[in-house]
Design a protein around this ligand. Sequence first.
Ligand code: ADP
Ligand code: MG
Length: 253
Amino acid sequence: MNRLPPTLDRTSAMHLEQVTLRRGRTQVFEGLNLSLPERRIGVIGDNGAGKTSLLRVLCGLDTPQAGTVRLHATDIHAQPAERPRLVGLMFQSPDDQIIFPVVEEEIALSFRTRTSCSKQDALAQARALLERHGCAHWAGRAIGSLSQGQRQQVCWLALKAAAPRVLLMDEPFASLDLPSQSRLADDISEAPQHILLSTHVLAHIQNFDRVIWLDAGRVRADGRPHEVCAEYEADVAERTAARRALHAGSAHA
Ligand SMILES: Nc1ncnc2c1ncn2[C@@H]1O[C@H](COP(=O)(O)OP(=O)(O)O)[C@@H](O)[C@H]1O
Ligand SMILES: [Mg+2]
């Protein structure tokens, strides 16, 4: 069910061409080609498959040793000044993302970066956003006093406030309780931007336009969500059965 090789559309929202990436001693990608014009794209795969690396390359945090990455036709590694308006990343761990000690200051930073408004204006917009999200009481809270899931929600609001054209989200559902997962899923479906997110919670990407299964830095399957997710789940079931059979065999030996 893998797609035919994508037409080389360098103007699509996200486009990687012949991307080779090493992180430390690990060869993560070798000549990776992906044209990503869809508005909602999910990325799945085992730990270590390259999901985070893909997001980091797409937002310019990691520079490939070879190849190009274009967002809306702009080479983001050649033109780093364009990045803030083009792309934002919601990190898997909120502590890698959050800079300020207080919630409203963190969100205000996004408004200031986007519009160069005054600090007071930015704080007012941050409070208004928190209120719309039903979290007005978080405004003056110390980040350190929030739970991991609450901090993740602050990261989402900061990303929304920055409003770049492409939103990248690294396992955004991982620490959220069920009501917060539904809320985030609704927010995602309403966001006007292009969104690419990695997740192990496959239910939340079933209504996406496209899902990519990464396996050891390669695209193992790419296409409609229910087909790609089913293929991945079948592979996991097969590996689990093989592991259990091996375990049972060695227990009886
Ligand atoms: N900072 C790092 N330095 C060296 N290798 C790394 C680093 N981060 C990740 N890797 C390696 O890169 C590969 C892809 O990792 P990653 O993109 O984090 O996968 P995933 O997000 O799918 O779990 C793995 O083999 C991992 O061990
Ligand atoms: Mg990861």
